[in-house]
Every structure is written in structure tokens, then in C-alpha cells.
Ligand binder design. Structure first.
Ligand code: PRP
Length: 185
């Protein structure tokens, strides 16, 4: 897969720097996170897992299968990067989930928290909908600045490199890679 991925990346005019998290490392970490989350919500009642599209679709699919509790899944769609490597800072909420949040335990699933702009924009909107509890689970966190909305569960403290794969894209490419890699500048 690595060789094929390198070719795809070069065809898109980019260069692979290195594989940052392998498929096996991600699987192990997601399994451990699922266990912790299941323990946390065990006696909490109604759980709604809210994925932030598009980036979280792979992580969410793997994560919910590691949470052996009754739960529901829904999505929000937000976008800030456009086709660039740097966030525009202008977070567009393209789709708000129609699920009722009021009185439910809501777990927001993010693939990556980079500048924190997306969660800063979205969390107050979700809070307004009066969930019983509201937490964030992020596979990757760059910890560039302290956040008002810190994720309760983090998979990896990510390097500052531009990352692709396992849901993360460069200009919509590479979301389907099973590992996470960095691109050269
Ligand atoms: C990416 C990623 C996060 C957000 C993180 O989404 O999926 O949602 O950026 O960056 P931030 O912390 O600097 O706000 P993007 O806007 O690229 O949309 P996508 O999920 O469709 O890739």
C-alpha cells in the first residue's frame, strides 16, 4: 500500500515525508479509546456520537465499533480548509444534524484539532441545544494553543506537519489511506 500511496501522492503533485502512524498503531489506539469511552458512558444513558464530516468518517466508523454500548450516530458537516494546506479560519457549518441533542450525552468526534477554530465555532452552537453532557473525542491534537473546548479523549499528540490519510485530506485526496502520513512542504 505504501508504494501505491507514494505514487498517488506524487500524481497529485505532492511528496510523502513519512508515515506518522501505521494502520496497526491506529487500530490499537482506537481500541483503547473505545474502551475508555465505553467505561465513561456505561451508566450515563442515551449516547449520541456526532461525527464532524468529512474528516472523521473513517475514525468514527472504527471507533463506534469499539464501544459496546447502545448508541446513535449522526453527523455535522463543517469545512475550513478549502483546497489549501492552511485553515482559512472561516469555518462554514454546511449541515447541522437534525437529531435532538436536548437531554442526551453528546460525543463529538473529530479527526484532528489543529488551530481549534472548528471546535470553537461549533461547540457553542451544540451547547445551545441543551445536551445533558457534551464532550469531544479527537484522534489527533496538535496542541498549538490552549483551547476553550479541550477534548476529553485524544488519540495522539500530533506533530505540526501537514497530515493525510485515515480521513484526512489534501485538497480532497488521500482520505482513504489506511495510515496517517505527512507531506513535504
Ligand atoms: C479539518 C479537520 C477538522 C478541522 C481542524 O476539517 O477535519 O475538522 O479541519 O482544524 P482546526 O482545528 O484548525 O479548525 P476541514 O475544514 O479541512 O474539512 P474536512 O473535515 O471536510 O476535511
Amino acid at each position: 500500500m505504501l508504494e501505491t500511496a507514494e505514487k498517488m501522492i506524487e500524481a497529485a503533485g505532492q511528496r510523502l515525508e513519512r508515515v506518522v502512524y501505521t494502520e496497526g498503531e491506529i487500530r490499537a489506539r482506537v481500541g483503547a479509546m473505545g474502551e475508555q469511552i465505553a467505561r465513561h458512558y456505561e451508566d450515563a444513558g442515551d449516547l449520541l456520537v456526532l461525527g464532524l464530516l468529512k474528516g472523521s468518517f473513517v475514525f468514527l466508523a472504527d471507533l463506534v465499533r469499539e464501544i459496546p454500548l447502545p448508541l446513535h450516530v449522526d453527523f455535522l458537516v463543517a469545512s475550513s480548509y478549502g483546497s489549501e494546506k492552511v485553515s482559512s479560519g472561516d469555518v462554514q457549518l454546511l449541515y447541522q444534524s437534525a437529531s435532538t441533542l436536548k437531554g442526551r450525552n453528546v460525543l463529538v468526534v473529530e479527526d484532528i484539532i489543529d488551530s481549534g477554530t472548528t471546535v470553537a465555532r461549533l461547540m457553542p452552537l451544540l451547547r445551545e441545544r441543551e445536551p445533558k453532557s457534551l464532550e469531544i473525542c479527537a484522534l489527533l491534537h496538535k496542541r498549538i494553543v490552549p483551547l476553550e473546548w479541550e477534548p476529553r479523549w485524544v488519540g495522539f499528540d500530533a506533530p505540526r506537519d501537514f497530515l493525510i490519510g485515515y480521513g484526512l485530506d489534501y485538497s480532497e485526496h488521500f482520505r482513504h489511506l489506511p495510515f496517517i502520513a505527512s507531506l513535504r512542504d
